[in-house]
Structure formats: structure tokens, C-alpha cells
Design a binder for this molecule. Structure first.
Ligand SMILES: [Zn+2]
Ligand SMILES: [Zn+2]
Length: 106
């Protein structure tokens, strides 16, 4: 991450008021994105409460831990990924963003 403004060479100030680290130049109000590592260090992100269900479902097809079920998705895929969240079973597709609740299983 740049420590000095590329435009005016002023020292950049780290701004973490959002969830992202941004380096801001107060002289010309240019800002620079922080490195991901910096975000991790200052982050007060709580994995158990901040990841919402939809996020888990969106990532589920890419997580090998999840079980693949033989199911036909509306997009033509012949399998879907089974995800259990709070004892509710859902099925997601890795090809489209369809999410089925367990009780909708055909
Ligand atoms: Zn500047
Ligand atoms: Zn699909």
C-alpha cells in the first residue's frame, strides 16, 4: 500500500471508518485502497455473526466440504450443493444463483 500520495507526495492517512482500509491524502483528497492484509489486521470482523446466510449459500458450491446432491437445477445442472444452516437444509447451484430450501427438493 502506498504510504505517500503519488500526486502530491503528502503522507497518507489510514482511514478505517468503513470496513475497508483506505489510504487518504488530506491535501488533494486522493485515496488509495489498502492491502487485504491490512484489512485483516485492523478488522473487527466476526466470522460467526457477520457472515450472513446468503453469503454462506453463495460460497457453498465452491466449498468442497459441502455435500453434492443429485438434483436437477432449473439451469440444467444435474447436481446441487447441499448446505445445512441452523438445521435448515438448502440446495445451491454452482452454475446459477438458484437456492432451494430443503422442502422444495423434487
Ligand atoms: Zn495528494
Ligand atoms: Zn443452476
Amino acid at each position: 500500500m502506498p504510504k505517500f500520495c503519488e500526486a502530491c507526495k503528502s503522507v497518507l492517512t489510514k482511514d478505517t471508518s468503513s470496513n475497508y482500509v483506505v489510504m487518504i491524502c488530506h491535501r488533494c483528497s486522493k485515496n488509495y485502497d489498502g492491502d487485504p492484509e491490512d484489512s485483516l489486521i485492523i478488522s473487527n470482523f466476526n466470522p460467526t455473526s457477520d457472515i450472513d446466510t446468503s453469503m454462506v449459500l453463495a460460497l457453498a458450491p465452491h466449498d468442497r466440504v459441502n455435500k453434492i446432491e443429485k438434483m436437477e437445477c432449473s439451469c440444467g445442472r444435474k447436481y446441487m450443493t447441499q448446505v445445512v444452516i441452523d438445521s435448515t437444509t438448502s440446495y445451491t447451484c454452482d452454475n446459477c444463483d438458484v437456492i432451494l430450501r430443503g422442502d422444495q427438493k423434487k
